[in-house]
Design a protein around this ligand. Structure first.
Ligand code: PEP
Ligand code: MN
Length: 359
C-alpha cells in the first residue's frame, strides 16, 4: 500500500490552524440532544460533528442507536452550524443510508475493523463514491489487520483516508478502558507518514480525568487531531456516560493542550537536538553491548544447569531479581512499570537462551 499526500487532501484542504477536532456525542439520542450539543460545539474548535446512529454494543439489551431517524438530525447540524458531520457505518445498508443523508465522513468502528468480510462489504458499497473514510484500530493490537482494512478501502477507490487510534482491549486493565499501546501507532506513522492519524482519547480512557493527558501524548507524537465524545449532559448519556464531557469542557481542553511544532529550523535548537541524539545513540549501543554480555552469562548458567540436570526456571531467584531491580529503579526515579517490563523481556530471553543450550 502506498499512502501519498493525495490521500490526506480532505484534511489538508480544510486549512486548519490547529489539529482537527471531531466532537459530539457517543450516540445520537434525541433531536434535541443532538442539536443542543451541536450549537454549543459551534463556539469551540470543533470542526466535525460526530454522533453514533447505529451502536455496536458489546452485549444485547444496551442502547443500540436510534437508527435511520437520526440521520436528518445530522443534516440539520450541518445546515445550522456549518460543521461537517460523521457517523459510524457497520454494514452496506448503513453506507447507503448515510450517503443518502449527506453524511460527509464515515468511520469504521473497532468491532468492524476486525472482520475483513464486513470491511469488504462496506468497501464494495462505497465503490464510485469518494468520501473520506476513517478506520478505527481493531479491538486487538494487530497492525496488519488495521492496515488491511485501510487497503480494502483504497482498493475500492476511496482515496480520502485516515485512521483513528482508540486503544486495544485488555483483560483487567485498571487505568485505561482500552490500552493505547503507543508503539503500534508510532510504527504506523513511521510506515505511512501521510496517513492522517487521529486520537480517540474517550475510548482509550473510559473516564474524564485522563482525557487531557492522553490527548497531549498524542499531539506530542505528531497526531493530526482528536475525536472526543462530547455531550450536553454527559452523566445522563445513553451510552459511554463515564467518558463523555460537555462542550465547555472540550473548549477548555483545547485551550490546555499544547500544540507542538513539527520541527524548528532554529540553529541552536538543531545543534542541541543533534548533540542529545548523538548521546542517545551512544547509550543505546552501550545497552546492546550490555545485553550481549548479560545473555552470554545466561548461556554459561544454562550450560552449568544442563550439566547438573537442574531446572532452568528458578522462581525464587527471579522474584528476587525483579524485586531488587524495581526497588533500584524507584530510587533512581524510573517508572516501576517500565523497569518491570524490561526485566520481564530480559528474563524470557535469558530462559530461551538457557533452553537452547545443548552439549
Ligand atoms: C464510538 O466511537 O462510539 C465507538 C463505538 O467506538 P469504537 O468502535 O472505538 O468502540
Ligand atoms: Mn462511544
Amino acid at each position: 500500500m502506498e499512502i501519498t499526500k493525495e490521500n490526506r487532501k480532505w484534511l489538508d484542504d480544510m486549512n486548519l490552524s490547529h489539529p482537527i477536532v471531531i466532537a459530539g456525542p457517543c450516540s445520537a439520542e434525541t433531536e434535541d440532544q443532538v442539536m443542543k450539543t451541536a450549537h454549543l460545539l459551534k463556539n469551540t474548535d470543533a470542526n466535525v460533528y460526530r454522533a453514533g446512529i447505529w451502536k455496536p454494543r458489546t452485549r444485547p439489551g444496551g442502547f443500540e442507536g436510534v437508527g435511520e431517524i437520526g440521520l436528518p438530525w445530522l443534516q440539520r447540524v450541518k445546515e445550522e452550524t456549518g460543521m461537517l458531520v460523521t457517523t459510524e457505518v457497520g454494514n452496506a445498508n448503513h453506507v447507503e443510508l448515510a450517503l443518502k443523508h449527506g453524511i460527509d465522513i464515515l468511520w469504521i468502528g473497532a468491532r468492524t475493523t476486525v472482520n475483513p468480510f464486513v470491511v469488504q462489504e462496506i468497501a464494495d458499497a462505497l465503490k464510485g463514491v469518494d468520501i473520506p473514510v476513517l478506520v478505527k484500530n481493531p479491538v486487538n493490537p494487530d497492525l496488519p489487520l488495521w492496515l488491511g482494512a485501510v487497503e480494502r478501502f483504497q482498493a475500492a477507490g476511496i482515496s480520502q483516508l485516515g485512521v483513528i487510534h482508540r486503544g486495544f482491549s485488555t483483560y483487567n486493565s485498571l487505568h485505561y478502558r482500552n490500552k493505547p499501546k503507543w508503539h503500534l501507532a508510532i510504527e504506523l506513522q513511521k510506515e505511512f507518514p501521510n496517513l492522517p492519524l487521529i486520537i480517540d482519547p474517550s475510548h482509550i480512557c473510559g473516564r474524564r480525568d485522563t482525557l487531557l493527558d492522553v490527548s497531549q501524548t498524542a499531539l506530542d507524537l505528531n497526531y493530526d487531531g482528536l475525536m472526543v465524545e462530547t455531550h450536553i449532559d454527559p452523566d445522563n448519556a445513553w451510552s459511554d456516560a463515564k467518558q463523555q464531557i460537555t462542550p465547555a469542557q472540550l473548549a477548555q481542553m483545547t485551550v490546555d493542550l499544547k500544540i507542538r511544532l513539527k520541527s524548528s529550523s532554529k540553529e541552536e535548537f538543531q545543534r542541541k537536538l543533534n548533540m542529545y541524539r548523538k548521546e542517545l545513540d551512544l547509550l543505546d549501543s552501550n545497552l546492546i553491548d550490555l545485553l550481549k554480555d548479560r545473555m552470554g552469562i545466561s548461556e554459561q548458567i544454562g550450560r552449568l544447569k544442563h550439566n547438573e540436570n537442574v531446572a532452568i526456571l528458578q522462581s525464587s531467584r527471579w522474584a528476587d531479581i525483579l524485586a531488587s531491580m524495581t526497588e533500584a529503579a524507584a530510587e533512581k526515579g524510573l517508572s516501576k512499570e517500565f523497569v518491570e517490563e524490561i526485566f520481564k523481556a530480559i528474563h524470557v530471553e535469558s530462559i530461551n537462551i538457557q533452553h537452547n543450550v545443548k552439549n
